[in-house]
Design a protein around this ligand. Structure first.
Ligand SMILES: Cc1ncc(COP(=O)(O)O)c(C=O)c1O
Length: 473
């Protein structure tokens, strides 16, 4: 085939073979080039193609190659062969061109994802200490699952052994009375949020979202066509002043990312208000496992009328690639959520679910969490010390302690989004507070959980290099 990839045959047929995939066999490349010529109307409908003999001679290729290409074009309806009378191009409708307009506006998640490359970075938020992950014990759990039913398809609601372990865990750790039949295993809590939005909202419904808050929540709600109104936790003092809404999403145990908590009086007032208005309260409990001291009780545990849906995740306690989270649902909602689960994907892979159930049942999960809680508290202290000893020591830390990240406040003239981008290019994956609420900040969310002393020191050094000139202004 012509190495240049461009062929003008002496038959008046111009074929751009360079636009075809060189890894494909020759007959496929010729088929693609001919189809392109037909679709672009360079060869008119009704016209006759050169004979296979003539085209193979003109292109210097085997006649069989041309024959195969013609056969494929005919099979797909681009040519109409008339036995003995040659191959004629079919009369085809013209394909609409895509409207030319600028691309859609990026939302916050897309902005972050397009800025932040995959792979770990220094001071990265929401990243567990993967260097401390108990690989051998996890492999043992996987092995156990592999020979213990993990190769079979399972219950769309989630593996019953895992649902049992989660219910037990929530009872002992979070003071929650949960039946395994109320637990729905999801692909991370992100999918849980999306399922809630798709099942409980109709287009135009109003949703109340805590500010600041995780942008994935807003995306899930907007994808379901909901309108979003945002509130600060302080506004729950006058809960009656909030607009009428279908559901509310909040992080009562630890605001994301600032870390403050919702006190008991506001929790109780909120529950009463939700009962009165028949509002669903979604409790996103994303990292209470690493609270400083004992974790606050879940809002769910105060609820007497099953208006709270609790969302939990293993992304932070184990590893983000696991993609296992869960919802604890009011009993009345279980059947419809299980039904949609069956329709959407038939349930998650059994193997990791079974392995996780085994990991929890044999005590490895709680052992790992106790170790990580101690480690993260030490790493948090180290980060605070490094910051205090650096030129950034004057920057206030706004955070309630514990967790996997802390926040620093920046002077008002700083553009935290721009700073985030600059740090990213140095391998530092902190996040701008304004990503979570444009009225909040400027400030930065600094992860400390995944960094050993060396990488943390490098992270703070890079942070100082970028921030110091801005602090002098
Ligand atoms: C507050 C909060 N909620 C929910 C999620 C979603 O977590 P996942 O889907 O990994 O379980 C995240 C992820 O970072 C988060 O920060």
């Amino acid at each position: 085939m012509d190495e240049s990839g461009l062929s003008r045959t002496d038959l008046g047929l111009f074929l751009d073979l360079s636009a075809t995939d060189p890894a494909q066999p020759d007959y496929r490349r010729l088929f693609q080039a001919l189809r392109q010529a037909i679709l672009e109307r360079r060869v008119a409908g009704g016209s006759r193609l050169p004979s296979t003999r003539a085209l193979s001679a003109a292109l210097g290729i085997a006649r069989n190659t041309v024959k195969n290409a013609y056969e494929l074009l005919q099979a797909e309806g681009y040519l109409q062969g008339r036995r003995g009378a040659g191959s004629y191009v079919a009369e085809l409708p013209e394909l609409d061109r895509p409207a030319t307009r600028s691309g859609p506006r990026q939302n916050a998640v897309e902005r972050v994802e397009s800025r932040q490359s995959a792979g770990p970075g220094l001071l990265q938020t929401a990243m567990p200490a993967l260097d401390q992950f108990p690989h051998r014990r996890w492999q043992r759990a996987l092995q156990h699952a592999s020979t213990g039913g993990g190769l079979l398809a399972g219950d769309p609601q989630g593996d019953s052994a895992l649902r049992f372990e989660i219910a037990r865990w929530l009872g002992t750790q979070r003071g929650m009375q949960v039946e395994p039949s109320q637990v729905l295993i999801t692909s991370g809590s992100q999918q849980g949020l999306y399922l809630i939005a798709s099942q409980l909202l109709t287009r135009g419904d109003l949703v109340l979202l805590e500010r600041p808050g995780f942008f994935g929540t807003e995306d899930a709600m907007r994808t379901a066509g909901a309108c979003v109104s945002r509130f600060h936790q302080q506004q729950l003092e006058q809960v009656d002043d909030l607009p009428e809404a279908k559901l509310m999403v909040l992080t009562p145990s630890r605001n994301f990312p600032l870390g403050h908590t919702l006190p008991a009086d506001r929790r109780l007032a909120l529950l009463n208000w939700a009962y009165e208005r028949e509002l669903w309260l979604i409790e996103d409990d994303y990292d209470s496992e690493f609270a400083a001291g004992p974790a606050l009780s879940a809002l769910y545990s105060l609820d007497r009328r099953e208006r709270v849906i609790y969302a939990g995740t293993f992304s932070r306690t184990l590893f983000p690639g696991l993609r296992i989270g869960y919802l604890v649902l009011p009993r009345v909602l279980v059947p419809r959520f299980v039904k949609v689960r069956r329709v959407v994907d038939g349930g998650l892979s059994m193997l990791p679910q079974r392995a996780l159930a085994e990991f929890m049942a044999c005590g490895d999960y709680s052992r790992h969490l106790r170790r990580m809680k101690r480690l993260y508290s030490q790493r948090r202290e180290s980060l605070e010390q490094l910051l205090a000893q650096s030129e950034l020591g004057q920057l206030p830390i706004i955070d309630a302690g514990g967790g996997m990240h802390l926040c620093i406040q920046l002077p008002s003239h700083c553009d935290d989004g721009e700073i985030m981008a600059q740090l990213e290019s140095r391998g530092v994956k902190v996040r701008a507070i304004s990503l979570y609420d444009e009225q909040c900040g400027p400030g930065l969310v600094l992860g400390f959980s995944a960094d050993n002393p060396d990488s943390m020191a490098r992270g703070v050094e890079a942070l100082t290099t970028v921030l110091e000139p801005l602090l002098e202004q």
